[in-house]
Design a protein around this ligand. Structure first.
Ligand SMILES: Cc1cc2nc3c(=O)[nH]c(=O)nc-3n(C[C@H](O)[C@H](O)[C@H](O)COP(=O)(O)OP(=O)(O)OC[C@H]3O[C@@H](n4cnc5c(N)ncnc54)[C@H](O)[C@@H]3O)c2cc1C
Length: 341
């Protein structure tokens, strides 16, 4: 039974029936048809295997980057198995700007649309033109437009109607040559005369100082999503606690008319978890990270059971204290596939 430990950045001890890397659609379909239970893996930075997996893990190694430009845009077609940060770094070297805020996010290009990766005020959906997929059951190829992908906060159609139905083979990006740099977020605001390079370097510096490096301390980044609540819920919390950190989120309300915006409030899950007393807390070999409580870490030899217990305790405590239900951002796997907490 091959070990999955090095295929997932959380690094739990877990095995599976077989691990098959593939670099083209034909070999993917061949392996897919041979196995009754399959999990598609990119860099494993958002997947936590809490038990031995009773199936085949197919590791995406579809490579290739092509580029052309027009007067107004750069267009890129990128193999889903390319490493995200290496790709971002290449774009910086080539002066294909736009990805600078998204530097140093682990994982593959193919996974970026799935949870619409985002950091430091940018989400990747702003730069995605089309996503190329193959239906698992039929092998039929399909080209999804940005709109078809139904992007939201850490969300897309790949987590809903197309969940477990497609393999993403390529992501097509469209980068405007003229755009406004995003420096409103935290320490980026203090950059003088910002350039894409300065933002890229600063983002890397901040991330290295705040987030544990998975090659040194197993983790899967943010374990939970930041909850988005109504203004009424936020106001009730703000009355009880001083200086509740928050961000206003405005979304189009399709129930009324296109111009109408609903105002909701995003509260950092890290703050809620800290207030619930979990920052730095350890359960056996799982720790809620002392400088970023949104991240759970594997101190070495953690078990899937410990991870699930700690995550459930956090959810229950935040629910009890604030009446807010935290949702995992990570994909949690049991023996037969994805599980919910
Ligand atoms: C230290 C650290 C920091 C992080 N910071 C951020 C951050 O700032 N912002 C952010 O948004 N995320 C962040 N993440 C989460 C993670 O990096 C992203 O979710 C990333 O996109 C996952 O890529 P992956 O290839 O490793 O995904 P995997 O874990 O391999 O897969 C994730 C999911 O996508 C599916 N999948 C993967 N590839 C394909 C494909 N080609 N076709 C179909 N399905 C596929 C898998 O089945 C799985 O369900 C962080 C993680 C870590 C460890």
């Amino acid at each position: 039974m091959p070990s999955l430990q090095r295929y997932s950045t959380f690094g739990l001890f877990a095995s599976c029936n077989s691990i098959q890397p593939f670099s083209d659609v034909a070999s993917f379909l061949h392996y897919y048809q041979q196995s009754s239970i399959v999990y598609i893996l990119g860099g494993g930075s958002n997947s936590v295997f809490t038990q031995d997996f009773d199936g085949t893990v197919l590791v995406n190694e579809i490579k290739g980057i092509s580029h052309f430009d027009t007067e107004s845009h750069h267009y890129l077609r990128v193999g889903a198995g390319e490493n995200w940060h290496d790709f971002v770094t290449l774009c910086m070297k080539e002066k294909w700007y736009g990805f600078e805020n998204l530097a140093l996010i682990p994982g593959s290009v193919g996974a970026c649309p799935i949870q619409n990766i985002g950091a430091y005020g940018r989400e990747v959906n702003a730069l995605i033109d089309k996503v190329e997929c193959v239906f698992l059951e039929t092998g039929e190829q399909v080209l999804l437009s940005n709109k078809d992908c139904q992007f939201g906060y850490r969300d897309s159609v790949f987590k809903h109607a197309l969940a477990n139905k497609v393999l993403i083979t390529h992501v097509n990006f469209k980068l405007p040559k003229h755009y406004e740099l995003e420096t409103s977020y935290g320490e980026l605001a203090s950059l003088s005369d910002p350039t894409p390079e300065k933002i890229y370097n600063k983002v890397i510096e901040i991330r290295k100082s705040k987030l544990p490096d998975p090659s040194e301390l197993g983790n899967a980044g943010s374990f939970f999503k930041n909850p988005v609540v109504s203004t009424t819920v936020y106001q009730a919390i703000a009355q009880e606690y001083d200086a509740v950190p928050h961000f206003v989120v405005r979304e189009n309300d399709e129930r009324t008319n296109a111009g109408s915006k609903l105002e909701q409030i995003k509260i950092p899950a890290a703050w809620l978890i800290d207030q619930a007393g979990f920052k730095g807390k350890t359960l056996n070999k799982v720790r809620c990270h002392p400088t970023q409580p949104l991240v759970l870490t594997n101190l070495g030899g953690a078990t899937g059971g410990d991870v699930i217990t700690m995550a459930k305790d956090i959810i229950a405590s935040v629910q009890e204290k604030f009446g807010i239900q935290l949702e995992p951002e990570v994909r949690i796997l049991g023996s037969k596939g994805l599980i919910s907490l």
